[in-house]
Design a binder for this molecule. Structure first.
Ligand code: ADP
Ligand code: MG
Length: 745
């Protein structure tokens, strides 16, 4: 009997190579995986276009046969390099069409020509334009029939027969075509007699959700468009429900464990610190500080997210919480995402604390504590001393990177964990630190990437959020401009002229590149053709900017005479440290670096930042990066240099970053395309593909509903005994998250 757990081979034809591509390329191993591989889009086959009646710019869906296929080359005017195009002629039931496919690399063009060999038939979709008095499609989408396999003579005939009103277009991988998947899925749906129902009937009734069988039928072979949305709603709800059950269970477990209340009644460090502060706390800092003190005094773990723009003063808030913990006889750990940032936190916190951080030492304040630093690049010998001070409790404040998660590090009494820049840390890493304290520590997560409520809810379960909305006095606005080299190649000269001006005014600048050296292999430089999940080749842009090269070019060319230095993750820790210090001391004018400066690096005199190949960075990353400038009361300037084409999605993202400094708005732009699974930090493996259909923003409502449903379910049936299928899915997700973390750490 075939079930969802049967190996996928049971429903695939007898083509070992194809089977391998489906299992390995798409990660589909069971029949269930296959059925959960949902179409990306549908083509309304009832509406094939009549080629005889075309108009310029019209969207076209047409069936035809390739009757000519040639590779041509030309010189790309923009890059001056040789580029390729595959020109084909498609014969249809009306006039023939030209179809042209552009490629940057020869092997991509060759791959394309092989795929579109003469005689190949398929369904093609695209926008039509006129070209030398015939119609042309440029880079159309397609579904090729029969895959050119031997022994499949009736291929197209059966396609025509199986095709309903809507033809499904599946996410693909190399060597697998929508056609192959559609056949296997149709077969699987026919032979499966028993489909498990994950969602209990009362829940399905309450939320008006389809049963599993109908949902699978409608998502793979709809006869009208509404069926697709109804099926999607069911699957999204299912995914959200499982996630929320996992989170709800985790919250329950946490609450049951309890935590030590930290009431701040064993010391006066915090008061001493407040009286040393050279500035007044903002109202937000005071209010959030009070909330945190209240949380810390509870016998349950605090679980709080502290959001605020870069420079809004989160670190001060966190430091005050840490001091409160030390005042309660406990230790506090600050976990930073990078080595550079950990060192910087160590420097600035030690400086802010002054004599308060010299506990037990000559000149130290009475009742002071010490601050320990522990990072991955420290040698074993260098670690011995801080580890000892951590273990004895002498170090009240511990700052570090992932090294802190290592098993050998033990704390005397870890009471509070502060996680800086949450987006680099997974839920499970928090769990590992939790394991280090006898009872769960209180947790404060800081982020400069604001997270919409549902995301916070999804990622952190019951996290309380606090938001710092005002910037401390003296913060100046940052002006961001896109420099579009695609249209205005010469503007790069103005960029460097502008940097020179800043330096002449006595300021400093960052230049950020996506790569360290130019000889790292890029996608597309090998003979491999990388395909996106609709089967189109993805080509890397030519020659991305690299720190090592750009630093030399600038120092010898446009920025000659200025003090230019470089910084990247592959330099020895000492060099990095020295360079950062020299930059902070104003001994370097222009720092060419990778994103190692992304978080927290704080040089008040740096007023300008140039991001090269800016489209290579994510929205929140760009936002973080530009937060490095304009910190010292001088207006900041951020130039996003890009070769991305006008109107391309990359350019639109950059325009969005340039248009606003509102972190919440940007985080929506950033999250729009992301799936819940991505936000949760899942890996490709482990999760069934069904668990990737949720989009955190689009599906806010579903997530909220599922959260309520999960709570209700658990209230009535804490172990999900009455819903064994659902319980199994929840366990599977818990397991896969756990194993993903084990692999990472
Ligand atoms: P964030 O961690 O949110 O990026 P920081 O806590 O590092 O921000 O603060 C940025 C800068 O502003 C630091 O130099 C800090 O000392 C200063 N700062 C923090 N709070 C205030 C305040 N209330 N008034 C003036 N300056 C402040
Ligand atoms: Mg900070």
């Amino acid at each position: 009997m075939i079930s969802l757990d049967s190996p996928i081979a049971t429903v695939l034809g007898d083509h070992p190579a194809k089977r391998k591509k489906i299992t390995e390329g798409l990660g589909l191993r069971t029949v269930g995986d296959l059925l959960h591989h949902f179409p990306r889009r549908y083509v309304k086959t009832g509406e094939l276009t009549k080629v005889a009646e075309l108009e310029q710019g019209q969207m076209l869906t047409v069936i035809g046969e390739i009757v000519r296929c040639e590779i041509k080359s030309h010189t790309d005017r923009r890059t001056g390099r040789v580029a390729y195009r595959v020109e084909t002629v498609l014969s249809t039931d009306g006039p023939s069409l030209r179809m042209t496919f552009f490629a940057k690399h020869k092997h991509t063009a060759e791959w394309r020509a092989r795929t579109l060999a003469v005689g190949r038939r398929g369904l093609f979709l695209g926008q039509v334009s006129s070209f030398q008095s015939s119609w042309q499609l440029t880079n159309p989408k397609m579904v090729l029939f029969g895959a050119g396999e031997e022994g499949d003579p009736e291929g197209e005939a059966s396609w025509i027969k199986d095709v309903g009103e809507y033809y499904p277009i599946y996410p693909l991988t190399k060597g697998v075509e929508s056609w192959d998947l559609q056949r296997a899925i149709t077969f699987a749906r026919a032979v499966l007699d028993d489909l498990p129902e994950l969602i209990p009937d009362p829940l399905r009734d309450a939320y008006g959700l389809l049963d599993a069988r109908t949902a699978f039928d409608w998502i793979h072979a709809p006869t009208e468009h509404d069926q697709v949305s109804a099926a999607q709603r069911r699957f999204r709800f299912e995914e959200a429900l499982v996630t929320q059950l996992v989170l709800a269970r985790r919250r329950q477990e946490l609450r049951l464990l309890g935590a030590q209340a930290r009431k701040g009644d064993q010391g006066d460090l915090l008061a001493a610190f407040d009286s040393r502060l050279p500035f007044e706390l903002t109202r937000g800092q005071r209010e959030i500080g009070a909330e945190i003190e209240q949380d810390l005094a509870q016998p349950h773990p605090m679980n709080r997210l502290l959001q605020g723009e870069v420079g809004s003063g989160k670190t001060v808030v966190a430091l005050r919480a840490m001091l409160r913990t030390v005042d309660s006889g406990g230790q506090a750990a600050l976990l930073a995402p990078t080595e550079v940032l950990a060192q910087q936190h160590h420097r600035s916190i030690t400086a802010m604390l002054g004599e308060l951080a010299a506990g037990g030492m000559l000149g130290g304040a009475e009742g002071g504590t010490t601050v320990a630093l522990l990072t991955g690049s420290m040698t074993k010998a260098q670690r011995t001393e801080p580890m000892l001070r951590i273990a004895t409790g002498e170090a009240g404040i511990v700052i570090g990177t992932h090294a802190l998660l290592e098993e050998r590090v033990s704390f005397a009494d870890l009471g509070l964990v502060v996680v800086d820049e949450q987006h680099r840390f997974g839920v499970e890493q928090r769990a590992a630190l939790t394991d280090k304290a006898g009872s769960p520590p209180h947790v404060l997560v800081m982020t400069a990437t604001p997270i919409p409520r549902t995301v916070a809810m999804t990622v952190f379960g019951d996290l309380e959020t606090s938001t710092l909305t005002e910037l401390p006095a003296g913060r100046a606005p940052i002006q961001t401009n896109v420099v579009p080299l695609a249209e205005h190649g010469s503007w790069i000269d103005r960029v460097w002229a502008r940097i020179r001006e800043e330096v002449e005014k006595g300021h400093q600048a960052y230049v950020v590149c996506p790569r360290i050296t130019g000889d790292e292999p890029e996608q597309g430089e090998t003979d491999q053709v990388d395909l996106d999940d609709e089967g189109n080749p993805v080509e890397a842009p030519v020659a991305l900017s690299a720190v090592e090269e750009v630093a030399v070019e600038l120092a010898e060319g446009p920025l000659a005479g200025l003090r230019v230095a470089k910084l990247h993750g592959r330099m020895p820790a000492d060099d990095k440290e020295r360079t950062m210090r020299a930059f902070a001391a104003g001994e370097i004018d222009v720092l060419v670096s990778t994103t190692v400066i992304e978080v927290g690096v704080d040089v008040a005199n740096a007023t300008a930042m140039v991001l090269l190949d800016a489209e290579r960075f994510g929205v929140s990353q760009l936002h973080q990066l530009r937060g490095r400038v304009g910190r010292g009361g001088h207006p900041g300037l951020c130039l996003l240099v890009t070769r991305a084409a006008w109107l391309s999605p990359s350019r639109e993202r950059l325009d969005a970053v340039a248009a606003t400094t509102d972190g919440f708005e940007l985080s929506r732009v950033d999250l729009e395309q992301r799936r819940e699974g991505d936000v949760l930090g899942k890996s490709q493996s482990g999760f069934r593909s069904s668990l990737q259909t949720l989009r955190v923003l689009r599906d806010e409502q579903t997530i909220v509903e599922a959260r309520a449903a999960a709570a209700t379910l658990l209230e009535r049936d804490a172990t999900l005994a009455a819903s064994p299928q659902l319980a199994a899915a929840v366990e599977e997700m818990e397991r896969s998250r756990h194993s993903e973390f084990m692999e990472k750490s």
